[in-house]
Design a protein around this ligand. Structure first.
Ligand SMILES: [Zn+2]
Length: 305
């Protein structure tokens, strides 16, 4: 997969943000973008830079237009964030992607941007064009991702599922420099790249879907999002394994081997089990198409003869 794909999707999905935006574009005199480090010939708007300064005393840096995009305020697409009062002057501050604290986003293979916002931000921005177009919701980012997956919005018709790649932003936050430094697209549920203001981490959503399926079979659906149920597993993932608690857990699960086999292997994924399962469990039957089919039962085949 091209390392440019996520940037290409973000650039295409935010075209409207740059139309009529007031910032100066110039020909850079550095070898590459100061944020994503890609060469000027490789970025989406080749050999065009914008200047960004971190804080009032920061050195000006030359960044590509894709990396600059989260810095662009938009009255039209989002709306008024707040008024800034300095002395006798009052200046309106408009919303920007790089200031959406606690908000997520998904960019589909059709380069459509969906934003998930906390209720307060949603109330501020719902009248903007993105709000009018149904691009905003108050869902959790992962809930929105699963719903778009179920709706077929993350795979193009006729293509193998997810092959074209989508972008999942777990938290825009306010550190656009870290978010944009390494932005990755997702082409497999085994490795859902969670982009955030803290950097990018993979999530094995496939293994968590399989785990959900096993929990359902074992009639443990109501335990799926309970921290206390997963404690022996999450403690071990943190390197604090408690053998007595783990043995007690094995005794509580009807088929512990099946469950242990389904669990994601990465400790970071295991720590996220309760939170991710909270969103997965209610949607499990709709996600069936993404579950690995059960291996054929040789016993039954034998009984045919
Ligand atoms: Zn860049």
């Amino acid at each position: 997969m091209s390392r440019h794909l996520a940037y290409q999707r973000l650039f295409a999905a935010t075209h409207e943000l740059r139309v009529g935006a007031e910032f100066s574009r110039f020909t850079p005199d550095t070898p590459s973008c100061a944020c994503c480090n890609r060469r000027w010939s490789e970025v989406e708007a080749p050999f065009q830079a914008a200047e960004y300064r971190y804080g009032k005393s920061g050195e000006p840096e030359q960044v590509c237009l894709t990396c600059y995009t989260p810095r662009i305020p938009s009255e039209r697409l989002l709306g008024l964030e707040r008024y800034n009062h300095t002395g006798n002057t009052t200046t309106p501050i408009y919303g920007k992607l790089g200031m959406l604290v606690g908000s997520g986003g998904i960019i589909t293979p059709r380069n459509e941007l969906y934003l998930t916002l906390p209720p307060k931000l949603h109330a501020k921005y719902k009248k903007g064009e993105w709000g009018q177009q149904g691009r905003l919701s108050t869902d959790k980012p992962l809930a929105r991702l699963l719903d778009l997956l179920i709706a077929g919005a993350l795979s193009a018709p006729g293509e193998r599922p997810l092959e074209q790649g989508f972008v999942y932003i777990e938290n825009w936050g306010r550190k656009a420099d870290i978010l944009m430094r390494r932005l990755l697209a997702t082409t497999s549920l085994k490795e859902v790249w969670c982009n955030s203001e803290q950097g990018v981490t993979p999530l094995d959503l496939q293994a968590i879907l399989e785990t959900a399926q096993v929990l359902k079979t074992l009639e443990l659906t109501n335990q799926a999002d309970r921290l206390v149920f997963w404690k022996p597993i999450t403690d071990a993932a943190r390197g604090k394994r408690d053998d007595a608690a783990f043995d007690a857990w094995l005794g509580k699960v009807p088929d512990p081997r099946a469950l242990l086999m389904a669990l994601p292997t990465d400790p970071f994924d295991r720590l996220r089990l309760p939170a991710v399962l909270r969103e997965v469990m209610p949607r499990l039957s709709a996600l069936e198409a993404y579950l690995t089919p059960a291996p054929p039962q040789t016993q039954r085949q034998g009984s045919l003869f």
